[in-house]
Design a protein around this ligand. Structure first.
Ligand SMILES: C[S@@+](CC[C@H](N)C(=O)[O-])C[C@H]1O[C@@H](n2cnc3c(N)ncnc32)[C@H](O)[C@@H]1O
Length: 200
């Protein structure tokens, strides 16, 4: 996983452009409505999705497996943002509790145990009442079912990227124990679910 992402960022640099995703903008609006002041972004990449939060005065910390992506994020969005270098499987990286978590297009890259561990680790880093928002690719994606079948609903089309495709049932099964309260559909470059969970 580390090599796949590091090589991609070395090769393609800002591969999704510098504009934030639709999901990041929707989540920024939601967090502002709920007076969220600090958030964690696991899998922050080169920071394009951190930008709308930072611009709105929300303090952002990140976790990212690719050193090159972290360097790009520092270049574009400032050196004062804390980004921990490592895998989300090693969370927590700090003792902080966050009012919000935004995790874009990362959960579906992990195997079942690591997906559950990510949700648990994120939940543990939320304040009581805090909200975590995930985006996850859906079975409506054109590539669903293509490539080598790894396990049920999980396929490797491009070497190094094993993707689990969600339907509503899978979202409920995996997120229910972590305060799931809303599932929306959002069209990015791929069809995604925008999933919200609140810590009780
Ligand atoms: C699909 S990309 C999304 C990036 C970013 N959120 C964006 O859209 O601009 C997934 C990101 O998660 C990072 N990543 C993948 N596996 C990771 C892991 N186990 N721990 C931390 N980061 C990881 C990748 O390097 C990449 O930056």
């Amino acid at each position: 996983m580390t090599e796949f992402w590091e090589e991609n960022f070395i090769d393609k640099q800002e591969m999704w452009g510098l504009e934030p995703s639709e999901s990041a903008i929707l989540t920024k609006d939601y967090f502002l409505e709920n007076s969220v002041k600090n958030i964690l972004i696991p899998g922050i990449g080169y920071g394009r999705n951190a930008q709308p939060f930072i611009e709105s005065g929300i303090t952002v910390s990140g976790i990212e497996i690719s050193k090159t992506a972290i360097e790009l994020a520092k270049k574009h969005y400032g050196t004062e943002m804390t980004i921990h270098h490592g895998s989300v499987t090693e969370m927590p990286f700090d003792d902080n509790k966050y009012e919000g978590i935004f995790c874009y297009a990362l959960v579906h890259l992990l195997d079942k145990n690591k997906r559950t561990a990510l949700l648990k680790n994120c939940y543990n880093q939320l304040n009581d009442g805090g909200v975590m928002v995930f985006t996850a690719i859906t079975k409506d994606a054109p590539n669903f079912g293509k490539g080598e079948r790894i396990s049920e609903d999980r396929y490797e089309l491009h070497k190094g990227a094993k993707i689990f495709y969600y339907d509503q049932e899978a979202v409920k099964t995996e997120f229910n124990d972590f305060g799931l309260f809303e599932i929306n559909k959002v069209n990015e470059n791929q069809p995604m679910f925008l999933i919200k969970c609140r810590k009780k």
